[in-house]
Design a protein around this ligand. Structure first.
Ligand code: NDP
Length: 324
């Protein structure tokens, strides 16, 4: 397969980069700009590996022989992915291999938010324990919480399993009822928010989920309410969240993802009742390595057997190669 040309970003996951460079004739791009693809190579590029975003659309359109895009991540940008699929290009992603890591992060985020461990550590490091005494008792606790999971899929179930072991009761909302769990189902997000005091969001960032966590949903969580978002930033109406946190409509939030990453609203940064992480849900060498392998394995499988391993649901009809 060394003669098969696959493009990827110069700043890419190291494992995916090494595997792709080892298997294919790899072309690296400094940024998603079609001007950087030499005109004489465009016809020959048959695969692309990247963390897709709308910026990649002009590159996709400049590559007439592109057959497959291996997205790095289980979440995939709907605009560029659907654009590629409409052109008959198969798109793959990395489901399953990151579930436990992301669920660990979600639980850490929830615990940090209610028990303020980020502030308590700062207290120690700043010498205030010796100077001023004990850190304050936290007004919030994980004890006796009822957790609503918005998006009980692969990662949502891994979060639910952990929180059950913490002795908490779990409820959830999806578009459809899951057949393999006994947790109570709510057929609307608002109904779920009314029944719980803790909402963990782990739905994909799609046009359908955009800003679904709005002022009304936050109000329904109530003054003891805690919001955790480990899914995608677009799911939360960030302006409504800032207002709800500053007015005491809800008590706190733990966020790993934001609407305009890496920009985080100044208002959130200034608040003490929020725990903020820079999108690190899956970010360990171990798990990113598994994701990198799955990116490369999808490309290898496509070009050697004519089949993908993990096509995105919208591209499953394309996931077998038809002798191009
Ligand atoms: P899954 O597809 O397994 O689960 C998604 C769940 O969301 C399903 O249960 C689905 O149920 C539900 N869902 C989808 N759309 C809607 C909707 N419009 N309304 C209500 N429920 C909906 O995905 P994963 O668990 O593997 O991943 C979930 C997301 O987590 C990813 O898409 C990604 O955005 C994010 N993620 C974040 C990471 C981070 O670093 N912070 C790392 C990895 C993933 P149904 O189809 O029945 O509606």
């Amino acid at each position: 397969m060394k003669t098969l040309r696959v493009a990827m970003p110069a700043a890419f996951d190291p494992r995916a980069r090494d595997r792709i460079a080892g298997e294919f004739d790899a072309l690296t791009l400094e940024r998603p700009d079609p001007a950087l693809v030499p005109a004489e190579l465009r016809e020959s590029i048959r695969g692309l590996a990247a963390g897709l975003s709308p910026d990649w659309i002009p590159v996709i359109d400049a590559l007439p022989s592109l057959e497959i895009i291996a997205n790095f991540g289980v979440g995939y940008d709907p605009k560029s992915s659907l654009h590629a699929i409409e052109r008959g290009i198969v798109v793959t992603h990395t489901p399953g291999v990151l579930d436990e890591e992301v669920a660990d992060t979600a639980v850490a985020l929830l615990l940090n938010t209610v028990r303020e461990f980020y502030s308590a550590e700062e207290w120690l490091r700043q010498g205030r324990w010796t100077g001023e005494g004990n850190y304050r008792l936290t007004p919030l606790t994980l004890r006796d919480r009822t957790v609503g999971i918005y998006g009980l899929g692969r990662i949502g179930k891994a979060i639910a399993r952990r929180l059950e072991a913490f002795g908490l009761s779990i409820r959830y909302h999806n578009r459809s009822r899951a057949t393999d769990v006994a947790y109570p189902y709510h057929d609307t997000l608002l109904d779920l928010a009314e029944a719980v005091d803790t909402l963990v969001c782990v739905v994909p960032g799609t046009p359908e989920t955009r800003h679904t966590v709005n002022a009304q949903v936050l109000e329904a969580l109530g003054p003891n309410g805690v919001l955790v978002n480990i899914g995608r930033g677009t799911v939360i109406d960030e302006a409504a969240l800032v207002a709800a946190l500053s007015k005491g409509t809800i008590a706190g939030a733990g966020l790993d993802v934001f609407e305009n990453e890496p920009d985080v609203p100044e208002e959130l940064i200034a608040m003490r009742n929020v725990c903020l992480l820079p999108h690190v849900g899956s970010a360990s060498v171990h798990t990113r390595g598994l994701m990198g392998d799955l990116v490369a394995d999808n490309l290898v499988s496509w070009f050697s057997k004519g089949e993908t391993l993990t096509a995105v649901p919208e591209a499953r009809h394309l996931a077998k190669r038809s002798g191009r």
